[in-house]
Design a binder for this molecule. Structure first.
Ligand SMILES: Nc1ncnc2c1ncn2[C@@H]1O[C@H](COP(=O)(O)OP(=O)(O)O)[C@@H](O)[C@H]1O
Ligand SMILES: [Mg+2]
Length: 376
């Protein structure tokens, strides 16, 4: 009765499987390659930029959703015009695909965000850099992830290579004020196709080299949790988002929240919810895109910490080091995405529940160290 089709065979599609299995929902995955993280449940392997393949996949499911935001919106709009249910709809997804489109729309909605500008030349960029105090952040509007596509610049020469290939990024770059944030937060929420909205407690995210390394749930207080939810609600309603929405934010010294970027799918900042919430982000996403009532989102422990496992080299898959880590930390929940090891690659994560973030973080980091170092 309920069949969900996910485009993309990464770890997010992979982690939807246990939730679908528990609910008795059929999950089909359109993976990009045989060896993808969600390979065990992949029902089709192909090219998501090929309309005929997308249409074939869409015909076998009740609703299409995503593991990543890379499917061209023109193809999704074509599917929609043929009656396919695409959740989130292409009109919403474009804001997660293109950071310039997002900035323009958030400005129209009056939502708080860093000072920004669209730049098409070295002159325009240098002018912006001077305006914001000599240093700025420049982003490629499309295709960036895990800090790829984000640079700190003192002048246009720092992104000359991007300026030289502007057509590849849609014709312009996004320049932003370099926010002096105290910490980064993420507000996870879900909206179902009937408009029901639910949010998880706002979390703190810690990035290392542009990649998420740790998540603390809930964000240690003081935090303006009400403002965070209202921003997420404003984004979800204003953009017409369905499914899980992650709003990455900066918290400034005065406690103000500014929107950094959006993801319209389960997100790394919500992995804690698998063990730490009544309803995980993966279950909620399936419910939301199918138009089912949403589940409770409260935390089952006073504190939860998620530690990312990033590849250390081309050899260590971490799984082979489970015995030591599991022996030392029986309270930890280990997740592997079964991806080929590569330095810096998101390979898995660890979640710990308890009452004290500092203790959980220390234990999680020690468990990670055992997986990273192996038998040393
Ligand atoms: N305007 C900004 N000011 C300060 N730091 C920023 C700004 N934009 C991004 N960053 C830093 O770079 C990281 C990655 O940027 P983001 O836009 O989220 O790209 P990605 O799509 O790679 O996650 C952010 O999590 C933050 O640490
Ligand atoms: Mg980000």
């Amino acid at each position: 009765m309920f069949t969900v089709g996910v485009i993309g065979g990464g770890q997010l599609a992979r982690m939807m499987h246990p939730a679908a299995t528990a609910l008795g929902i059929t999950l089909k995955v359109f993976a990009e390659s045989e060896g993808s993280s969600a390979h065990a449940g992949a029902t089709m392997v192909g090219d998501y930029t090929d309309f005929d393949q997308l249409a074939e996949f869409a015909n076998s499911v009740d609703v299409i959703t995503f593991d990543h935001e890379h499917v061209p919106v023109a193809l999704l709009a074509r599917l929609e015009s043929q009656g396919v249910s695409v959740q989130p709809p292409s009109s919403a997804l474009i804001h997660a695909q293109n950071k310039l489109v997002m900035r323009r729309r958030l400005a129209e909605l009056g939502l708080p965000q860093p000072i920004w500008s669209e730049v098409k030349s070295a002159e325009e960029l240098d002018e912006f850099v001077a305006k914001v105090g000599g240093e700025a952040i420049v982003k490629t509007p499309i295709g960036g992830y895990d800090g790829k596509g984000v640079r700190v610049v003192g002048s246009a020469t720092d992104v000359q290579d991007w300026l030289d290939s502007l057509p590849a990024y849609g014709g312009s770059l996004l320049a932003e004020q370099k926010v002096k944030f105290v910490r980064e937060l993420a507000q996870l929420s879900a909206t179902n196709t009937a408009g029901e909205f639910r949010s998880w407690p706002v979390v703190q995210t810690v990035q290392a080299g542009g990649v998420c390394s740790e998540v603390l749930a809930p964000a240690p207080s003081p935090v303006d949790a009400v403002a965070a939810v209202e921003i997420a609600r404003g984004v979800a309603q204003g953009l017409g988002v369905t499914g899980v929405l992650a709003v990455e934010m900066f918290e400034t010294e005065s406690g103000e929240l500014l929107v950094n970027e959006l993801a319209m799918r389960p997100h790394n900042s919500g992995h804690f919810s698998i063990e730490a919430s009544t309803t995980s982000q993966f279950e909620q996403h399936l419910r939301a895109v199918l138009g089912l009532p949403l589940g409770d989102t409260e935390l089952l422990a006073a504190a939860a910490v998620m530690i990312n496992l990033l590849g250390v080299d081309g050899e260590n898959d971490f799984v082979s080091h489970y015995p030591k880590a599991m022996q030392a930390f029986p309270e930890a929940k280990f997740h592997s995405y079964e991806k080929a090891p590569r330095a810096g690659r998101k390979m898995g994560h660890i979640t710990l529940l308890g009452s004290d973030h500092e203790l959980l973080k220390a234990n999680g980091q020690a468990a990670r160290e055992l997986l990273y170092r192996g038998d040393a």
